[in-house]
Ligand binder design. Structure first.
Ligand SMILES: O=C(O)CCCC[C@@H]1SC[C@@H]2NC(=O)N[C@@H]21
Ligand code: NA
Length: 607
């Protein structure tokens, strides 16, 4: 069989792919016509705040595990070894901090959009800036998420590229717009199971084809694909334990701490404890997903060694390697290629649906509702129309991504770093620095975005434009284009602006969030910092508040300010409490009372 010939699907493969779309659609329709039939925003956007932690944790994991991880991570491990696996170390702090800092603050404020926090803590302008930045980030990310599987599929199987993009985009938009968050969460659960099954099947068959487990191990070890701890502190080296294990923490916080798609899931939990539990349960799910993706890269290496289909010119981009491998290895197992393609599209659908739902939520809650009152029915209908509109916008975005043509994994992570990083910085400024004021927040965000685009685009252009590859240090592999990895001679090191541009993309989140905090604090001090007591209570991390009042007492023993006792309703009754300012005494009241006049926080009205 000519290895360069495109591989074709058998009819059973198409059937399995079609079944995935039908099953996803059915779940959407089920939630459209059961329960409250999605007639309130509380149900459509927050699943009646009744979600349990198991489905939530799978949905949380699926939201940022798209086809990019299924295709990009194995290609990364095949090309550069298992160094990328160390990103798993960042999941520890990357989930502990959201569970014990961000969730308690956001949950007790009974938010409907995470950007409401910015208005509570700062002002409406900061909220709008945060919302618009989030929309920008997610629309681009979804564009990558829709385009990635379709491109790989088209390249290897001849499957019509825009047919796949349209099928994915339309089915996903429909079940999201019909079934709301309940449908999105339960399709995420179903799609995650398909994703894991598909990857496992390919790994098992691939190990067999490579001659068994021990043979596979020997080949990847001798091929130098098992990376040890690379403790090189040089921030321009693309992947080291530091860029992945530490830089990855900031990336994780921007996604699992302050990204609306994830915060909305925490807020849809029955209790705060369930929300924290779902965050904890994401950890094993993420480790399994990472392990499967990395193992697939190793198995591919065991099968192809160094003469990869890329070297043989059978494919044109390293992001097509996984699908080529699947079609090459599973050709004799009818149905398995279809299963893996279903896995690929499951990864994509679960990310796109979560993104569309969160985009509709922030648009209705942050940009429309605060400026025009409307009935619950109209708000829900508008949310559904927004989900459809964003689906169409993201399809158009897929075309833009088509024009960009860069390695998908790095593209996705760079987007998170370049846009998610500054947003993380904005929330950290609010939660950990009571002295930060609104002017500091807006200026800090602008500075963070400026720096991130300077480094991100500057780095991309300097890699693309320099005919003679700019001087880089030895182990820095520069992914100049989608596939040509350029290993640079050991002698030279990045100097000046090149050093700045050659910062590993894994440091973008850390650099940009720190810039926002630093500039935000400087501007706050220059323009008259906020006095501790002027800050809306519940918007600053309690430990910071306590530390401040202790410090105050130490410095000025006569200081009158005492932190007001916080009336807490006892644990098991604590449900989505909203914080009410009432003569300085904070107490949490049942959320479903008519919204109290004092609370600044709009609430989704309950029927
Ligand atoms: O798969 C994607 O859509 C993007 C690539 C992975 C995104 C980041 S990497 C760290 C964290 N772990 C995940 O599984 N997803 C996020
Ligand atoms: Na996904």
């Amino acid at each position: 069989m000519d290895p360069s010939a495109p591989k074709y699907f058998t009819i059973i493969d198409y059937v399995i792919f079609a079944l995935l779309l039908v099953a996803s659609m059915s779940i959407g329709l089920y939630y459209a016509f059961t329960g409250g039939r999605q007639s309130t925003t509380r149900e459509f956007l927050f699943a009646d705040r009744s979600m349990k932690c198991l489905p939530l944790s799978l949905s949380l994991m699926a939201t940022f595990q798209s086809a990019v991880a299924v295709i990009g991570t194995p290609a990364e491990v095949y090309t550069n070894g298992t160094q990328y696996w160390f990103i798993g170390c960042s999941y520890i702090l990357g989930l502990l901090i959201p569970a014990h800092i961000f969730i308690p603050v956001f949950y007790r404020l009974h938010l409907t959009s995470v950007y409401q926090y910015l208005e509570l803590r700062f002002c409406k302008a900061v909220r709008i800036c945060g919302t618009v930045t989030f929309i920008f980030q997610m629309v681009i990310y979804v564009g990558v998420g829709i385009y990635t599987p379709a491109l790989a599929l088209n390249a290897v199987t001849g499957f019509h590229l825009w047919g796949a993009v349209l099928a994915t985009g339309l089915v996903c938009t429909l079940y999201t717009a019909l079934g709301g968050l309940k449908a999105v969460v339960w399709t995420d659960v179903f799609q995650t199971l398909v994703m894991f099954t598909g990857q496992l099947a390919v790994i098992i068959v691939g190990v067999q084809q490579a001659g068994g487990l021990s043979e596979t191990w020997v080949k990847v070890r001798d091929g130098g694909r098992i990376s040890g701890f690379d403790l090189n502190p040089d921030p321009t080296v693309r992947h080291t334990f530091w860029t992945l294990g530490v830089g990855g923490v900031f990336l994780m916080l921007s996604l699992y701490g302050v990204n609306q798609a994830q915060v909305q899931r925490y807020l849809s939990s029955r209790t705060e404890k369930e929300a924290v539990m779902s965050c904890y349960m994401v950890f094993p799910c993420l480790q399994v997903a990472l392990m499967l993706s990395c193992l697939m890269g190793l198995v591919m290496y065991a099968c192809y060694g160094n003469n990869s289909p890329l070297e043989q010119q059978y494919i044109t981009s390293k992001d097509q390697m996984v699908l080529y491998f699947v079609m090459d290895m599973l050709q004799n197992f009818p149905g398995l290629p279809g299963l893996f393609v279903a896995c690929l599209f499951s990864a994509s659908l679960s990310t796109i649906s979560s993104a569309l739902n969160s985009l509709a939520t922030v648009t209705i809650m942050d940009l429309i509702k605060p400026h025009c009152s409307m009935t619950e029915a109209r708000a829900t209908l508008l949310s559904k129309m927004l989900a459809v509109s964003y689906g169409i916008i993201c399809l158009a975005m897929a075309y833009v991504v088509h024009l960009m043509n860069s390695s998908v994994l790095q593209a996705a992570l760079s987007i998170f770093g370049m846009v998610g990083g500054p947003l993380l910085g904005l929330f950290c400024l609010g939660i950990f620095f009571p002295c930060a004021n609104s002017i500091g927040a807006v200026t800090g965000l602008a500075a963070g975005l400026l720096i991130s685009f300077w480094v991100g685009i500057g780095g991309f252009l300097s890699r693309m434009s320099s005919s003679v590859v700019p001087p880089f240090n030895s182990t820095n592999t520069v992914a100049a284009g989608p596939d040509n990895i350029t290993i640079i001679d050991a002698a030279s090191r990045p100097v000046g602006l090149h050093g700045f541009y050659s910062l590993s993309y894994m440091w973008y989140s850390a650099l940009n969030s720190s810039t926002v905090v630093l500039i935000g604090l400087i501007i706050s001090f220059m323009t008259g910092r906020t006095k501790g007591d002027d800050v809306a209570s519940g918007t600053v991390y309690p430990v910071v508040r306590t530390a401040r009042s202790l410090l105050h007492k130490l410095v000025e023993p006569s200081a009158c300010c005492t932190s007001h006792p916080r009336h807490k309703i006892d644990g098991h009754k604590e449900i989505n409490g909203n914080v009410k300012e009432d003569a300085g005494i904070q107490e949490e009241t049942e959320t479903f009372l008519p919204s109290n006049p004092v609370s600044h926080v709009e609430q989704e009205t309950t029927v």
